[in-house]
Design a protein around this ligand. Structure first.
Ligand code: CP3
Length: 384
């Protein structure tokens, strides 16, 4: 029986629903969420840590936990291209669940890619093995912007379907939805592929501010829709991966990027789910990245978490930050470094244990399983 219809907040949804509840976002009814599942997820250590509430232990998940470090992933991907696999709800669901069968992680992350919404609006982008996203015709002029139309739920029905299936399967474990941040998406579009220094992207940012802001505005619109679609289907948190934004300095970040990122986070505010903001090499940007409006700031391995606490404004939780390369060292080293991250993480108002960037493909899954158990065992709260 359907008894309720709510607009916006998940909290309102929780308070009001007894049987089913609808969330409407983008003025389109996208899905129903199952209140029992949602209530259990609200009490999960991952969501509690994001909200800076007391936790029974430090929650943990790993960026890129679903993917190339797992033999079962390589098996199901045989003969299916990366981006095609991101359009098949059965594969998305299976690959998202694979790491949870091996590791006792506190959250799942949707199997997808940051370029999925770009491809869904018609950009000719492919992911080439061992290279990354490659864009056939780069976006560099005002005329090119016409190719970046708005994203509608109908463009990514496979995402809605997969998220809905996953939320039921996952039960108490929250699903993290995600999207690429404005600078990182712009870089792939402008460069036409992966880039070390993002020269063409920065030349556009410095030399053609109007075009730059128009480009980032369109990317922010696409990102807002992509995240809202995932939340409407049941994602319990979202992460914005602005992985390469560390390529710019603080002044440029403030003027050229932050307004767009702020718009993304504020558009997600009424959804009521924790918002995580992550980039690599962002030590000098951490304060601004917090200001952009996330609830949780992701930290790479270059800044100790207790130092990150000083750089990020109060009222934010932190996520991170074991160097993924540490996992290639002997277990004793992993153990020692993980304990150090946990101790420093206790100085934050909330801490979600993670790596400082994604799992490296050569990582032994057995080490990640042991690390997950270590994080839980060593962080059990007896004092709260
Ligand atoms: O975290 C997860 O487990 C969920 C899945 C996920 C993928 N991409 C799947 C993927 C997530 C969260 C992403 C985000 C993503 N994609 C980012 C931000 C995170 C980061 O690493 O900084 C970026 C920059 C991309 C763009 C991208 N896609 C790159 C650089 C690559 C790697 C290219 C390579 O092969 O070295 C990809 C491909 C990709 N995305 C793979 C996976 C599992 C590997 C390709 C494959 O399996 O064939």
């Amino acid at each position: 029986m359907l008894i309720g219809r709510f607009v916006g907040s998940r909290a309102a949804c929780l308070a009001g629903a007894t049987t089913h509840c609808y969330e409407t976002i983008l003025d389109v009814q996208l899905c129903e969420t199952i209140p029992d599942v949602t209530v259990r997820q609200e009490k999960s250590p991952f969501i509690q840590a994001c909200r800076r509430e007391p936790v029974p232990y430090t929650p943990v998940w790993y960026m890129r936990q679903a993917g190339r470090s797992l033999p079962e992933y390589r098996k199901v991907r045989e003969g299916v291209s990366m981006l095609d696999s991101c359009t098949r709800p059965d594969l998305i669901t299976e690959i998202t669940l694979q790491p949870l069968r091996r590791y006792d992680v506190d959250a799942a992350i949707l199997f997808s890619d940051i370029v999925v919404p770009l491809r869904a609006v018609g950009i000719d982008v492919d992911i080439k093995a061992g290279i990354g996203p490659v864009v056939a015709t780069p976006v560099r002029t005002a005329a090119d912007l016409g190719r970046l139309r708005a994203l509608q739920p109908d463009d990514v029905p496979y995402v809605t379907e997969a998220v809905q299936m996953l939320v039921t399967e996952l039960d108490h474990r929250p699903l993290i939805g995600f999207a690429g941040g404005p600078f990182t998406l712009a870089s792939y579009l402008v460069e036409g592929g992966p880039s070390k220094n993002h020269d063409k992207t920065k030349a556009l940012m410095y030399g053609h501010p109007e075009l730059w802001h128009a480009l980032l505005g369109r990317l922010a619109d696409i990102t807002i829709s992509f995240l809202q679609i995932q939340v409407a289907a049941g994602a319990a948190a979202v992460q914005l991966f602005d992985s390469w934004v560390g390529a710019v300095g603080p002044d440029d970040y403030r003027h050229a990027i932050l307004p767009h990122t702020s718009r993304i986070f504020s558009a997600l505010g009424s959804a009521g789910v924790p918002r995580i903001h992550f980039g690599v090499g962002t030590g000098e940007l951490l304060g601004l990245m917090g200001e952009a409006g996330a609830d949780v700031v992701g930290i790479d391995w270059r800044i100790p978490l207790d130092e990150a606490v000083r750089r990020v404004e109060p009222g934010k939780a932190l996520q991170g930050n074991l160097d993924p390369a540490v996992l290639l060292a002997p277990w004793e080293v992993v153990q020692e470094r993980a304990r150090d991250v946990l101790v420093r993480g206790r100085t934050a108002e909330g801490h979600v244990f993670n790596l400082g960037h994604g799992v490296l493909p050569e990582t032994d899954p057995g080490i990640l399983a042991r690390l997950t158990d270590l994080v839980h065992a060593e962080s059990i709260r007896s004092d709260d």
